[in-house]
Design a binder for this molecule. Sequence first.
Ligand SMILES: Nc1ncnc2c1ncn2[C@@H]1O[C@H](COP(=O)(O)OP(=O)(O)OP(=O)(O)O)[C@@H](O)[C@H]1O
Ligand SMILES: [Mg+2]
Length: 499
Amino acid sequence: MRGITKSFAGNSVLAGVSLRAAAGEVHALVGENGAGKSTLMKVLAGVHRPEGGEILIEGRPVHFTSPADALAHGVAMIYQELSLAPHLTVAENIFLGREPLRFRPLGVVAKRELNERAGRLLEDYGFRIDPRAVVGRLSAAARQLVEIARATAEARRVVVMDEPTSSLTAHEAEDLFRLIRDLKGRGLAVVYISHRLEELGEVADRLTVLRDGREVYEGAWGELSQGEIIRHMAGRELKDIFPPRAAQRGAALLRVEGLTRKGKFEDVTFEARAGEVVGLAGLAGAGRTELVEAVFGAQPFDGGAVYLNGAKFNAPDPARAVGRGLGLLTEDRKRTGLCPDQTLARNLTLANVGALVKRWVLSRGREREAAREYVERLRVRPPDPERVAGRLSGGNQQKVLLGRWLFAGSRVFLLDEPTRGVDVAARAEIYRAVNRLAEGGVAVVMVSSDLPELLGMADRILVMRRGRLVAELDAKRTTQEEVLTYATLEEEFEIRNDE
Ligand SMILES: Nc1ncnc2c1ncn2[C@@H]1O[C@H](COP(=O)(O)OP(=O)(O)OP(=O)(O)O)[C@@H](O)[C@H]1O
Ligand SMILES: [Mg+2]
């Protein structure tokens, strides 16, 4: 790609970006949220038409008018926001538009052949997914694997992966890396977008850094240290990703006692004190999301109780949980958090509209004012409260959701994977915001699969395995290895030190 320019409604997003991906090479594309990574790749995949610049495939200029057109030239993309048809099966999604036909002229799809071929493909990739399953019923991780299988099955020259691991476990990510090495071996060019630099280190050969729609660095992977990459992305030095916190531990604001939901989590007991950040570690499927959603009243439970400030409060629904000072930042912002068609200001103030009412009327001025404050505090980009939330980049959407609970004045924050898909600089902002909350006497429970994040942010780390709490560790003294050991241990013995 040479000198690609692109703007949306007069706002320039790409200002002459070039990117070269060679056969048999993994090209890492990094940059802060909103830098233009997805947009650049959607230009390559035929989703967006560029205003200027050119795309060359094997030296020949091409003009893609649609994703199908790009695909015909061997270019496929795994989108950041998944793009599968929920009502179709896994096999149907993988071969959508390219179904094997039994009687070609009649256009009859050979179902059995379809399932067999999809099954073989998934098996080859090491993905344990039934080709006959309906996609809408799959977990986020399984859907992501199907998306990966679909795009890589189609790609002949270039495959773009836009944050392909955002809902995968470490184990599934390993399968993906193996697949990527295989694609490399077959001579494909892979463009890989991720905010996790450790992960890129596993696969990347070259690196391009984008900042504000410009390319600020291009070179071999490994030439720059992590700190230097971050400096190129953010345009400044970023010293304390995990800023120190000066919080005093106070009373137990949240106490969860013997909470049980059959098949999901069992007999979970813990507390979170004012000023404390409690980390919740575990593998995907360990029951962490179900647990925090149950505390928030968004999912049922069968036994046990929740206490807020010492008083029993089993939240009957999220609305009443919010009324009692609970806030939940969900892991799946598209499905359960963001209202994509509403403005950023509306999304920010949604959980506390009462604060905006003046003499029975919703004050738009107050809404804008409040939104501006949080946009500023969380560095939402672009800093425009009137922007439609669905049009923001992924990480900026996450910041808006966090801002919502800040504005709602929650006393107990349940954060489920709060920095997934968030760039390093913005992540540091979120950590700072969490620290300020703790310093202000809020109790924070943070579910995260990012172990450096848990070690850097939490006071105590609770480890869940198969629905049970199996360890409580002092974050200052434990290691990633220790946390992982408890999270993956197969033996059924319990280690809890309740102090
Ligand atoms: N369809 C669209 N309409 C209007 N603006 C858009 C659209 N798509 C993207 N933008 C804007 O273009 C800019 C770049 O967005 P893009 O999604 O390419 O960022 P990104 O680098 O992929 O970020 P992230 O790391 O958060 O995924 C952002 O300011 C975004 O708001
Ligand atoms: Mg993106």
